[in-house]
Design a protein around this ligand. Structure first.
Ligand code: ZN
Length: 257
């Protein structure tokens, strides 16, 4: 499976994605914000949008779901925990597989925390692990995690801990928003000696929204404080002993920033 990332102007710095099967040209549009924008990218790449994958029900992630469905007749997939907030054709349970084509499928994992109804889509290719990716929605960001204004920070902690078990080192991280630069500035304000964060900030600032480097899980773990619980810098910064208390303290610091 391959993937195209696109930044949505006039959004809340949202990224949308087309995940596609290179053999058949069928594609899934992820969290569609602008149906026309996605259809024009699909046309340019000779792709046919047959599915819509939703990570969660926040307005900026489902804004154009219905319009894109009308225009393409695509089937809408969403976590079953979003049932009260939106319409979908297929409600997904934790671990459910979604077949995009006969060649490629992804798995949905429920990741409550940013909001109770949130899921991530994971693609894993055993032969070609460098192709693996996660569509993380607003659960995980580059150098950060989702806010919990309409969610629960302890649930988010458990969801992020689960990612440590699910993701392989080379898994590519595709996030719901481009917050990389501001998250890295937050990181460096609190941990000014974290070299990996400084290097990632330089690399990110040299690019535009659309050309920001795609990070892998192993990169992300080198500078994302929320993935570095129990490191010396996070223990010192938060003054907490347990992983969950460190996570909660980091989230609180980021909320104030
Ligand atoms: Zn959200």
């Amino acid at each position: 499976m391959k993937i195209i990332r696109t930044y949505l102007p006039n959004s809340a710095d949202n990224y949308n994605y087309l995940a596609y099967c290179p053999t058949t040209g069928v594609a899934a549009a992820v969290d569609p914000f602008d149906a026309d924008h996605l259809i024009s990218i699909a046309d340019d790449n000779k792709l046919n949008i047959t599915q819509i994958w939703v990570t969660h029900e926040h307005w900026d992630h489902i804004k154009d779901v219905n319009r894109l469905k009308e225009l393409t007749s695509a089937q809408v997939y969403a976590p079953h925990t979003c049932k009260n907030a939106m319409d979908a054709d297929i409600w997904l349970e934790d671990g459910d597989e979604v077949d995009l084509s006969q060649h490629h499928s992804v798995k949905l994992f429920l990741t409550p925390g940013h909001i109770a109804g949130h899921g991530v889509y994971l693609y894993q290719d055993l032969q070609q692990p460098t192709d693996n990716f996660i569509l993380a929605g607003d659960t995980l960001f580059n150098a950060g995690v989702g806010n919990t204004k309409s969610g629960d920070v302890e649930q988010l902690y458990h969801s992020i801990e689960r990612l440590h078990q699910l993701l392989t080192e080379q898994c590519q991280i595709y996030v719901g928003h481009d917050y990389m630069v501001s998250n890295l500035k937050f990181t460096l304000k609190h941990c000014p000696t974290l070299k990996a964060a400084e290097q990632a900030l330089q690399a990110a600032e040299a690019e535009s929204h659309d050309s920001r480097p795609i990070q892998r899980w192993q990169d992300e773990k080198s500078y994302n404080l929320f993935l570095r619980l129990d490191s010396n810098e996070v223990r010192e910064l938060t003054g907490k002993d347990s992983r969950i208390e460190q996570f909660k303290a980091l989230r609180a610091l980021r909320d104030q920033w």
